[in-house]
Design a binder for this molecule. Structure first.
Ligand code: NAP
Length: 251
């Protein structure tokens, strides 16, 4: 049985990944959808009656979710064709004086959960499988007022590149997709709306295009940065001193 697993499937980019997969051939035998809001997952699954879904209402900030996921993989002796580590959130604001749980929770979800999901899934992958990690342009340079978020995405970037090299001989690809801002619930969760001139002026990425573009490249490429503006930012992040990049990209 070949499966695709999507975390953060209940909203935003996650729903676009699902839509993209349902428009590709060959379809997997099952799709496992992971997020906390189960009713959203059920509604999404109902849109595609031709597919077999498992709606898994896991809170990936809780380690017991990984145990349950590990058991499910073992019980089903599944082959995972594609793991999409998409669940994540950010927070805008000064680190000093911020909410400890929110800041540490970002590390738990964006880094720890992504790492655990990947480690648990790899034994069920074969030649031709892939891991798609949703990263961000925030990985390219430190971003004050999004200090923890950009640090978590720098982890995702580095983790993805290094793991890709490790898995090359096994024929398993790892892609990190690095979008710029997208109009999803992310902006509300991060408390960005109306609080950042930079976010008001930056070009926005279309989540559907980001998902389709990433799925097109997931079995062969290592990094995908969707928009020409952000491709340039990625290059500048490599060439210029980070003090200057931070000045230009201040939120
Ligand atoms: N939107 C942007 O501007 C932007 C830019 C660059 C990168 N990204 C990245 O893109 C990815 C998707 O974000 P999005 O824009 O689609 O945001 P979104 O609409 O807020 O979606 C986030 C998803 O993560 C899930 N999630 C949140 N906390 C969770 C938890 N504890 N356990 C399990 N699932 C959880 C949410 O579902 P539940 O609430 O139902 O759990 C939701 O499905 C994230 O990794 C984000 O960092 C976003």
């Amino acid at each position: 049985m070949e499966i695709v697993v999507i975390t953060g499937a209940s909203a935003g980019l996650g729903t676009e990944f699902l839509d993209g997969i349902m428009n590709e051939t060959p379809l997997p035998d099952e799709i496992w959808l992971i997020a906390r809001r189960e009713e959203r997952l059920q509604q999404l699954a109902a849109k595609y009656p031709e597919m077999t879904f498992r709606c898994l209402p896991f809170d990936l900030q809780k380690p017991e979710s990984y145990d349950e996921y590990g058991h499910l993989l073992a019980e089903n002796s599944a082959t995972v064709r594609l793991l999409i580590n998409n669940a994540g959130y950010g927070k805008l604001g000064e680190f000093h004086g911020s909410h400890v749980g929110e800041q540490a929770g970002m590390v738990d979800l964006n880094c720890r959960a992504l790492t655990a999901m990947t480690a648990l899934t790899l034994p069920y992958m074969t030649r031709g499988s892939a891991v798609l990690n949703v990263c961000s342009i925030a990985a390219f340079a430190p971003t004050p007022r999004m200090t923890v978020y950009c640090s978590t995405k720098a982890y995702v970037y580095s983790f993805s590149k290094s793991l890709r090299r490790e898995l090359r001989s096994q024929g398993i690809n790892v892609l990190a997709v690095c979008p710029g801002p997208m109009s999803t619930e992310f902006l509300d969760v991060a408390d960005i709306v109306g609080r950042s001139k930079t976010f008001q002026t930056l070009p926005y990425c279309n989540p559907k295009k980001v998902a389709r573009g990433a799925l097109k490249r997931v079995y062969r490429r290592g990094i995908y940065t969707p928009h020409p503006f952000y491709k340039l930012y990625r290059v500048l992040g490599k060439l210029l001193p980070h003090a200057l990049v931070m000045y230009m990209s201040k939120t």
